[in-house]
Design a protein around this ligand. Structure first.
Ligand code: PBG
Length: 333
């Protein structure tokens, strides 16, 4: 639909930009705290937190501290939190058994958060990289990340998380048919209401660097993830992945990274009209923080502008390390 466009001076587009009041009145998209999912890093210990050097303002927290942080975040209006474990080196192995240990960091954190803030949504990460000695998201056999045995392991990981009380399962592994396998297993185990937010279009990106530091996977990672994560040059393929994951039982889909892939967010939303999320990943966060720390950009403004862009691109919400800072800003703290 083309807007009616009378020639100048009948049309002066600056009229509706003249004051804050009219700008607010005609604003097309809004960003609220309720659009945020906050990704956090869990580590061992008690009453302990440690900064992640490549992500200024981000901490790894022990389970008790995570529950406390979740509770504070929920009070600020953040509806959901997403857990990533910093698994101790001695628990990383080629069989990745720690991934489905009911007592692993993620599962303990799920229970602690659910006990402290029952109404907060707890989302998990499903992938083997925090538990493997290769840093890959799946099992490696003869140098290849093998699909079907990995999916069987991801299903065990999913069920352990559902058992611990997870609301939203977040498969970030990019194996084929993992959504279908997880959905069937969840149904069979009577977890009909557990949601799946599929990392449907996840690209093999250089923007994950700081995250791999945060979960201790960067030194382990041999090679790259290009046989399962997407080629950054592709766009149609993202639509096929989203269609496939929806057909297998995903409730919501994610595009990752965020800012360099806003075109994908828009295409997915237009084509499918399903709940669509973007992950503003560690490298995007680190770039903004680094520039702000150098005084090169206004960090608070860049944060809001970057987050609002996801809404404009059609997303319903955003996973962002900025969630608490954004909530604090909105709440006038
Ligand atoms: C791995 C995983 C990654 C992220 C979330 N889950 C990194 C990777 O694929 O290597 C990245 C998140 C971020 O960069 O913030 N399963």
């Amino acid at each position: 639909m083309q807007p009616i466009f009378a020639p100048f001076p009948a049309t002066r587009l600056r009229r509706t930009r003249k004051s804050a009041a009219i700008r607010d009145l005609v604003q097309e998209n809004t960003l609220g705290v309720s659009d945020m999912i906050w990704p956090v890093f869990v580590c061992e210990g008690t009453n302990h937190s440690e900064p992640v050097p490549s992500m200024p303002g981000v901490f790894r927290r022990s389970v008790d501290r995570i529950a406390q942080a979740a509770s504070e975040a929920f009070d600020l209006g953040i509806p959901a939190i997403c857990l990533f474990p910093y698994t101790p080196a001695e628990l990383r192995s080629s069989d990745c058994a720690e991934a489905w240990n009911p007592e692993n960091l993620t599962n303990r954190a799920i229970r602690a958060i659910k006990a402290a803030v029952p109404d907060m949504l707890v989302m998990t990460d499903v992938a083997l990289d925090p538990y493997s000695d290769t840093g890959q998201d799946g099992f490696v056999v003869d140098g290849e990340v093998v699909n079907d045995p990995t999916v069987a392991a991801l299903v065990k990981q999913t069920l352990a998380q559902a058992e611990a009380g997870a609301d939203i399962i977040g498969p970030s592994d990019m194996m084929d048919h993992r959504i279908g396998a997880m959905r069937q297993a969840l149904e069979k185990a009577d977890f009909q209401n557990v949601m799946i937010l599929s990392y449907a279009a996840k690209y093999a990106s250089a923007f994950y660097g700081p995250f791999r530091d945060a979960v201790g996977a960067s030194s382990a990672l041999k090679g790259d993830k290009k046989t399962y994560q997407m080629n950054p040059a592709n766009s149609d393929e993202a639509l096929r992945l989203v269609a496939r994951d929806l057909s297998e039982g995903a409730d919501m889909v994610m595009i990752k990274p965020g800012m360099p892939y806003l075109d994908i967010c828009r295409r997915v939303k237009d084509q499918f009209g399903v709940p669509t999320f973007a992950y503003q990943v560690s490298g995007e966060y680190a770039m903004i923080q680094a520039a702000a720390q150098n005084g090169w950009i206004d960090g608070d403004k860049a944060m809001v502008e970057s987050l609002l862009a996801f809404k404009r691109a059609g997303c319903d919400g955003v996973l962002s390390y900025f969630a608490p800072a954004f909530a604090a800003q909105i709440n006038g703290a």
